[in-house]
Ligand binder design. Structure first.
Ligand code: SF4
Ligand code: SF4
Ligand code: SF4
Length: 285
């Protein structure tokens, strides 16, 4: 797919899908060749980690796309589809990561990249921790790595290191000298896990936190908390539920967040719970 140039209707920009922004060195030669042969010699990186080739004559679009496809480049980063999925490096290189962002990001891409004719565009972002470098709360579906903590009092040696490590002031000591977690203040960041050497603070799973309905644009809104999930498989299944309910209940051009607002979060959750697997998506309405 392409967008027509604002300054010359005979030119277009090819926007390439780049799952998670990962580019393999062997794909670079083709980018260079297409930009030089068909475009205006430039490449442009977008905020969703896609690559654009501007200045392509419309009558050469098919030839350019065919050459790109040979190197594994696909131009489906426009339109009412699942847009290029973004994910931070996560455990690949960031010490803050609570989940394998690259693994879940690529799973989601291969499960949903082909979907077309959604009611509107659908953006998915994965962040390895609550720092949210990929802005998951302003994506239609945001997935964030968290670390819900269980406190095993019998293992606690009262070293107090966890109290100093918690930037939220959520770990406290009462007058009897006992340690406890203030659940009202704890945000499940997992920082305290690294300092407790006595297995008194433990994360026992449900590391994937899912938010729905976030977006930017003219009327930005934050995504709403949907739930915590233990495995990548559960997350992929939950995203499938979300997309199917969205396809069946959204109005044309309605973003997920607007649909959730219209029908209410409670009803949206009920629809997700009643969801049955579908064999095809036909979202055109
Ligand atoms: S979101 Fe967290 S894990 Fe991902 S890059 Fe940012 S700080 Fe690291
Ligand atoms: S770091 Fe662990 S052992 Fe030390 S006070 Fe905290 S919970 Fe107890
Ligand atoms: S998970 Fe984070 S917020 Fe919660 S107690 Fe540990 S350090 Fe504090």
């Amino acid at each position: 797919m392409r967008s027509v140039s604002a300054r010359d209707p005979n030119l277009c920009t090819i926007r390439l899908r780049v799952p998670l922004g990962i580019i393999y060195p062997e794909q670079l030669d083709t980018l260079k060749e297409v930009a030089n042969r068909y475009g205006d010699g430039r490449l442009h990186l977008t905020t969703r980690k896609t690559v654009e080739i501007p200045g392509v004559p419309i009558n050469l679009f098919n030839a350019a796309q065919a050459l790109l496809a040979k190197a594994g480049w696909y131009a489906n980063a426009f339109g009412n589809n699942v847009r290029n999925i973004t994910a931070c490096p996560g455990r690949y290189s960031c010490p803050n990561a609570q989940v394998d962002t690259q693994g879940i990001g690529l799973e989601l891409d291969s499960a949903f990249f082909y979907l077309e004719n959604l009611p509107a565009k659908l953006k998915i972002a994965v962040a390895g921790c609550l720092n949210g470098c990929t802005h998951p709360l302003v994506n239609d579906i945001g997935i964030v790595g968290v670390a819900p903590i269980t406190f095993y009092e019998d293992n606690c040696r009262h070293c107090l290191k966890c109290i100093k490590s918690c930037r939220e002031g959520a770990i406290k000591q009462n007058l009897q000298g006992e340690i406890y977690i203030d659940q009202e203040k704890c945000i499940d960041c997992g920082d305290c896990l690294t300092v407790c050497k006595n297995s008194a603070l433990v994360c026992e799973g449900k590391n994937y936190r899912v938010y729905v309905g976030g977006k930017l644009g003219r009327h930005p809104q934050f995504g709403r908390f949907l739930g915590d999930f233990a495995t990548q498989l559960e997350v992929v299944e939950q995203v499938e539920r979300i997309i199917d309910v969205y396809c069946n209940y959204a109005r044309k051009d309605e973003r997920l967040g607007n649909m959730v607002e219209r029908i209410s979060m409670e009803q949206f959750q009920q629809l997700l719970e009643r969801w049955q697997p579908v064999t095809h998506y036909d979202c055109a309405k």
